[in-house]
Design a protein. Structure first.
Length: 137
């Protein structure tokens, strides 16, 4: 009887742990929550200052940030209110992009939940993975 109770308790604990591993946070990503990770990943000049991140990111509901990779690729992230708001943020980036960037927007802009990431040039796979991995609430 004691052995059976132990087995049942162990299975219950494992079920809770496994369920927690697949849980996805629904909290929106934020500039403040993401900035320190980018610094740890080697991005330079990481800032969340509204006056330094650009107009669109500066007025995003959950802030904006700007960071530079070691090879000089500048990343701007606008943290919209929620995932549904990213379409209008992407539209704003497209509308106000410099003319030389407009033809490449599909290569340099991407949304991840409520975050819209815009690069100056197409990021490497490692740069994109680092940036996406640093998106935090």
């Amino acid at each position: 009887m004691a052995r059976r109770a132990f087995v049942v308790a162990t299975i219950a604990v494992l079920a809770v742990v496994v369920a927690g591993c697949g849980a996805r946070s629904t909290k929106p990503f934020t500039a403040k929550g993401s900035a320190s990770c980018l610094k740890q990943k080697g991005f330079k000049d990481v800032t969340t200052a509204q006056t330094k991140v650009g107009f669109i990111a500066g007025f995003a509901a959950n802030g904006g940030l700007r960071a530079t990779t070691s090879d000089g690729n500048v990343l701007t992230v606008a943290f919209a209110e929620d995932e549904a708001s990213t379409a209008s943020t992407e539209q704003a980036f497209r509308r106000f992009a410099p003319p030389k960037l407009r033809p490449r927007m599909s290569d340099i802009m991407e949304a991840e939940r409520n975050a819209v990431l815009v690069w100056t040039v197409t990021p490497t796979a490692a740069q994109l993975a680092d940036a996406k991995g640093c998106l935090h609430p």
